[in-house]
Design a protein around this ligand. Structure first.
Ligand SMILES: [Zn+2]
Length: 250
């Protein structure tokens, strides 16, 4: 059976001499694995549209649950990302996260749009990497069932609450904070909390429309990453690699 769908290449695995096995996050079929035959040959018409982090229009042939790519027409190559080692490694981290939270064959276009919007923000809008990374991390958590509760104190409901518990994903007020022992909490600056509320609830077109002072931005970067790692309960090699790039530069 033939399918046509738009999709983003999240991962490529080399297979035999000229083939690749790709993980694709598609609009119509969700996360799928598909074989690209002969894609490594110089004259392959699949070559351009099957590159890592390329968004393409795919024609797929499916038999017994296995997909083979017949056509791959690139819609957005995100060329600026592929030419910059920092952007490429950050994009690879996004791809690894999208694959981690996506269920095989489960259609979830919002996750795909978040990935595309974030890559576009890095590639074309030239948004700062730390903002895009934080937005992606927190919004990804919201879309995949780990949305934090940021309205007020998670225990008594008080509006004035700023201690964010990474494990529980809730805020505590100063009084309730004293009743919880051994909880890993971060006291959020007002700007950080406002940004987290914006990222969690804004319309997707406005995701990157906010500014933060440098100290609040640093805290936002720290909190969204730690929240994501705590909730998913695993590390990511692509994130380790991305962060090592900055250590090397210093
Ligand atoms: Zn409280």
């Amino acid at each position: 059976m033939f399918y046509t769908t738009k999709g983003l290449v999240l991962r490529e695995t080399h297979y035999k001499d000229n083939d690749k096995i790709l993980s694709l996050l598609t609009e119509e079929l969700g996360l799928i694995t598909a074989k690209a035959r002969g894609v490594k040959q110089k004259n392959s018409r699949l070559r351009s549209g099957c590159q890592l982090l390329t968004y393409s229009d795919f024609t797929l042939f499916e038999k017994n649950g296995y997909y083979t790519i017949n056509e791959a027409e690139p819609l957005n190559l995100f060329g600026g990302i592929r030419q910059d080692i920092e952007l490429l490694s950050l994009g690879s981290y996004f791809a690894q996260l999208l694959e981690t939270v996506s269920g095989e064959g489960q259609r979830d276009p919002e996750l795909l749009y978040l990935g595309l919007n974030s890559l576009y923000a890095l590639d074309k809008l030239k948004k700062p990497q730390d903002i895009v990374k934080s937005v992606f991390e927190l919004r990804l958590m919201c879309l995949s069932g780990y949305a934090p509760m940021l309205d007020g104190c998670g225990q008594c409901g008080a509006a004035n609450a700023s201690c964010f518990l990474l494990e529980e994903g809730i805020l505590l007020c100063d009084i309730c904070k004293k009743t919880v022992s051994n909880a890993e909490g971060v006291t959020l600056m007002p700007g950080t909390l406002a940004a987290m509320r914006h990222i969690s609830s804004c319309d997707k077109q406005r995701l990157f429309s906010f500014t933060l002072k440098p100290d609040a931005m640093r805290q936002l970067s720290d909190v969204t990453e730690r929240f994501l790692l705590t909730q998913l309960g695993q590390g990511f090699r692509s994130l380790d690699f991305y962060k090592r790039l900055f250590t090397i530069q210093i």
